[in-house]
Write a protein that binds this ligand. Structure first.
Ligand code: SF4
Ligand code: SF4
Ligand code: FES
Length: 735
């Protein structure tokens, strides 16, 4: 890339050489001069010049100009309020105008103490008011969703929230209605703001107009600490601040890592923290007592029983990982199983082929791609939400984004992502008609992003082979993202494989000596439930009761990611530091493992050594060394009667989300998504209640019609598809 052209600009008398076209707010800041802003936020797209807070004097122009709308041009001379009386007067007048109808309720406003309007008024505004008449009032607060309250009296109409909704999340749900002085912020058709990323507007709003219902009146700025950590609820690994007050996490704020998430968070990461305070949390060790269920016992009694149960099963212990363990925790558990108990069988939520690290790239590289290919049946937004925002950003930047799944831009048959990879790899005449256009686009592209979004027992090798082909034959720079199922699926898999040299043994098909279930996600996995039924002894670490804890002999209280120290490896392969923001009610998993290790003759440190830095760099891509044989592609499923069911695990599901009442409205509606043609042939209208049946299970669900969905396929969220087999019958209810 050629070096940018440099131009000379002058700000408050300082001559600066900067790239042509650079924003003047940033240009001034680089020279140590602050230009105050409200509406300006480069992540939201082009400036809109709505608030006029940034007024400055520009030599040669008669009127004050909004600096946020200016870019560096050779010879531009700018004077800010520091050196221009006219600009200072302008800013003062703007603040007076903004405050005209703004209630002076800073002492009880939730934004008070961390509010840009309050701060800028002190620094640049008038010292007293000239307004001695009643201010305009509105009904308040208006709950625009169970998570967000809107106070229209405080709104300064900067349009940051509506621009986020329109330009970033592209959900189009927040709008400005009415005109001129009557303009107000509202939701589209007054429907609740129900979207994966709605909480970002809370941080964008520069005043207390949008506040979080989960944080309102819970803390004041001088009572809180912000702990830097990483979200542990999906494999993106967004960097966050955990705001704590009196030993509890009161809110989660974003800590912008521009390469990972650009400062955006999904609503699960932002709002699910209150599950730590759930009343049904397991707080003491439990021991199964014959005929009397469980009994709370001392830590030592529980550990003694656990050690005894495991020792008796030496050589036949299976570990079921959840993928939410830290690397250190997973490593300790792997050592316990392999070194102390001589057992090498594990159920891992994800696996990873290390050869894929040749295509490692930061998530931000998606935006620079010419072609983005999304493969796999799982909706990206449900599996790794921020990746969906990067793909939208790539599309806005001009990339061709092709989604290859039953409801995608190329609606391929379910479960055929591996075949699609193989066909695109082979190219030429073997490419089926529906993939020809995609194949052509890939051929000419120099920067390609590949996203694999479904479980993959081969650790991503199908898409790895395609990446290799595009790189080797097409000379493209390929960025590859295999989306793990679990938040630290990559780190846990690596930790398991790093201990013991003999590889892993398959899980026995008959009786299991002992099963160690690590974490709630594993405890709620149907595969683990099945293993528990075959195990002579079950040791579970979990925060909440589940069907698997019911099968357990010993249950140790677990912790959440906000209560642990250690390392998570995100989907890019970036090791990031997780920090304990609040203390757990008892020992954490590493302490349990250390004390269990003592009883089994293994030395395990009870704490994690300080690992990754605060804002971790992505390790560089490995030397290009893809030497895998082409993976075998299995044949697709045979067709049968009824419609083919594609299930997906919604983002708003799982043990944490279930325990936060404010997130209940985000959970998937009891719906079945039907292809337009299938609905027509059955006489089903959108929104109608239909009967879905399979394998003797029948359930009434609301029909959602999707013109893009491939004919012959239905999609249902996991929690509404329980008991269904791979094919279902759909008919009008009562027919
Ligand atoms: S609600 Fe907040 S972010 Fe939205 S326009 Fe008003 S002040 Fe700006
Ligand atoms: S996208 Fe994932 S990592 Fe980021 S806030 Fe949401 S759940 Fe957490
Ligand atoms: S910050 Fe420049 S007009 Fe709002």
């Amino acid at each position: 890339m050629s070096a940018p052209e440099l131009v000379t600009v002058t700000v408050d008398g300082q001559e600066l050489q900067v790239p042509k076209g650079q924003g003047m707010v940033e240009t001034a800041l680089a020279a140590g001069i602050e230009i105050p802003v409200f509406c300006y936020e480069p992540r939201l797209g082009p400036p809109v010049g709505a608030c006029r807070m940034c007024l400055c004097e520009v030599e040669g122009l008669p009127k004050l100009q909004a600096a946020c709308t200016l870019t560096a041009q050779d010879g531009l001379v700018l004077r800010t309020a520091r050196t221009s009386e006219k600009a200072a007067e302008g800013q003062d007048a703007i603040l007076e105008f903004i405050l005209l109808n703004h209630p002076l309720d800073c002492p009880d406003c939730d934004k008070g103490g961390e509010c840009p309007l309050q701060d800028l008024t002190f620094r640049f505004g008038p010292g007293s008011t000239r307004m001695h008449f009643p201010k305009r009032t509105f009904d308040k607060p208006i709950p625009i969703s169970p998570l967000i309250a809107l106070d229209r009296e405080r709104c300064i109409l900067c349009y940051r929230c509506t621009r986020f909704s329109e330009n970033v999340a592209e959900d189009g749900q927040l709008v400005a209605v009415n005109r001129g002085a009557q303009s107000v912020i509202a939701t589209f058709q007054d429907e609740p703001y129900r979207a994966h990323f709605s909480g970002n507007v809370l941080e964008l709003c520069p005043v207390g107009a949008l506040t979080s219902t989960t944080y309102r009146f819970r803390a004041r700025p001088w009572e809180i600490q912000n702990v830097p950590t990483v979200c542990g609820l999906c494999p993106v690994g967004c960097n966050v601040w955990a705001t704590t007050r009196e030993g509890t996490v009161a809110r989660i704020l974003s800590r912008n890592h521009p390469d990972v998430h650009e400062g955006w968070l999904c609503d699960k990461g932002r709002f699910a923290h209150d599950h730590l305070r759930a009343p049904d949390r397991i707080r003491a060790p439990l021991l199964r007592v014959r005929r009397r269920g469980f009994e709370e016992v001392s830590e030592d009694a529980a550990l003694d029983a656990a050690a005894e149960g495991l020792r008796a099963a030496e050589g036949s212990v299976v570990v079921a990982f959840s993928g939410a363990e830290t690397v250190e925790q997973a490593g300790a558990l792997a050592r316990l199983a392999r070194e102390a108990l001589g057992s090498h069988s594990a159920l891992l939520p994800d696996d990873w082929d290390p050869g894929l690290d040749a295509f490692r790239a930061p998530l931000a590289a998606i935006r620079d791609a010419e072609v983005c290919l999304v493969l796999g049946d799982d909706p990206v937004v449900e599996r790794a939400p921020i990746v969906d925002l990067w793909l939208r950003s790539a599309r806005r930047a001009g990339a061709e984004v092709v989604t290859l799944n039953p409801g995608g831009s190329v609606p391929v048959a379910p479960g055929t992502a591996a075949q699609v990879c193989a066909a695109l790899r082979e190219g030429g005449k073997r490419v089926p008609k529906e993939l020809r256009a995609t194949s052509e686009s890939l051929k000419g592209a120099k920067r390609v992003a590949l996203v694999w979004s479904q479980d993959d027992e081969t650790g991503g090798r199908h898409v790895g082979a395609l990446a290799n082909e595009l790189h080797e034959s097409g000379g493209a720079d390929v960025a590859l993202y295999v989306l793990p199922r679990a938040p630290n699926g990559r780190g846990v898999a690596a930790a398991w494989h790093a201990v013991g040299e003999g590889g892993s043994d398959p899980i026995p098909e008959d009786e299991i000596g002992a099963l160690v279930v690590s974490g709630d996600e594993a405890a709620s996995d149907p595969r683990v439930r099945e293993l528990a039924a075959r195990a002579r002894f079950v040791l579970t670490t979990a925060m909440y009761q589940s069907e698997v804890t019911a099968w357990s002999h010993v249950v140790l209280p677990g912790t959440g990611y906000l209560e642990r120290d250690g390392t998570f490896v995100n989907l890019e392969g970036r090791p990031q530091r997780v920090r304990r923001a609040v203390a757990p009610p008892g020992p954490d998993e590493l302490e349990w493992l250390s004390r269990l290790g003592e009883r089994l003759g293994l030395d395990i440190a009870p704490w994690a050594a300080p690992g990754a830095p605060e804002q971790a760099e992505l390790p560089p891509a490995d030397e290009f060394a893809w030497s895998q044989p082409d993976p075998q592609v299995s044949a697709g499923k045979a067709a049968g009667p009824g419609l083919e069911l594609v299930r997906f695990r919604p983002l708003f599901s799982g043990t944490a989300v279930e325990r936060v009442p404010q997130l209940a409205f985000q959970r998937p509606a009891p719906e079945v998504e039907l292809a337009w043609d299938d609905a027509q042939t059955r006489g089903i209208a959108a929104g109608e209640t239909v009967a879905v049946s399979s394998n003797g299970t029948s359930r009434e669900l609301r029909a959602r019609l999707n013109r893009r969905l491939r004919t012959g396929v239905v999609r249902i969220a996991d929690e509404h598809a329980e008991g269904f087999e791979d094919r279902v019958q759909v008919a009008k209810a009562g027919a």
